[in-house]
Design a protein. Sequence first.
Length: 264
Amino acid sequence: MASETDPSATSPAAATPLDRLVTIMERLRDPQAGCPWDIEQTFATIAPYTIEEAYEVADAIERDDIAALKDELGDLLLQVVFHSRMAEEAGHFAIGDVIDAISDKMVRRHPHIFADQSVEQWDWEAIKAEERSDGGSSSAMDGVASALPALMRAQKLQKRAARTGFDWPDVMGAVEKIGEEIEELLDAESEVERIDEAGDLLFAAVNVVRHMGVSAEDALRAANAKFERRFRAMETDAGDAFAGLSLEQKEELWQRAKASTRGL
C-alpha cells in the first residue's frame, strides 16, 4: 500500500502519467504542506531553468544518448507543468488549456491533413502571419522571442524581413557587407562603438549563412564542438608541457590535431 507521503497515493487509480505529474506539482506548490523552494518560485525565476532544460534536451540528441533524452524530456515537461501550475494558481490557465491551445494550433496549421486532404501544398508562414494579425500584431518582427539565442534570433529576424522583400537579391550583397562591417569595427574608437560594430559584423555573418541555407546557430555549435575536440587533442599530445610551449609549437600541435580529427 502506498504511504501518505507517496505522491502516487493522491493520484486517481486511472490517472495518466501526465495526471500524476500534475498532482505531484500541485502538492509541491501547496502553501501549507509543499516544498518551500517550489512555493517561492515565480515565472521569472523558473524561466532560466526552462531554457537550460531545452538545451539539455538538444545536448542529449547531439550525443545520441537516448537514455539521457528520456530523462531530459521529462525535465522539460516538468517545466511546462510548473509554469502551468503557477498560472492556474493565479487564475490565468491550467495545463489542460495549454494542451488544448497547442492541439488547436497544430490542426489549424495543417489544413492539408485535418481540413482538406486534397491540398498538396500549404503556406505555413502565411498561416502563422495570419495568426499574428488576428492576435493584434502589426509588424513582421512580432513574435520573434527576445530570449532566443542571439544567432538564432538574428536569423529569424532576417527571414521575417526577407518575406517582406527587404533582403539582398543574392548572397554576394551579404558577403560584401561583411567587408564593410570589418572596416567599421577596425575604425571604432570607443568600447561602445566596438560593441556596436561587432554586433553589426556578426549580424552580417548570419545573413551570409542564411543565404546559403545554413542554420547559423547549428553551424556555430558545430564549430565550437570541433574547436574543443582539437584543442583537447593538442593538450593530450603535449601533456603537462602545453602551457609553456611557444605559439609556433602550439600551431604545429594544432595542425596535427586538425589532421587527426578531420571529418569528426
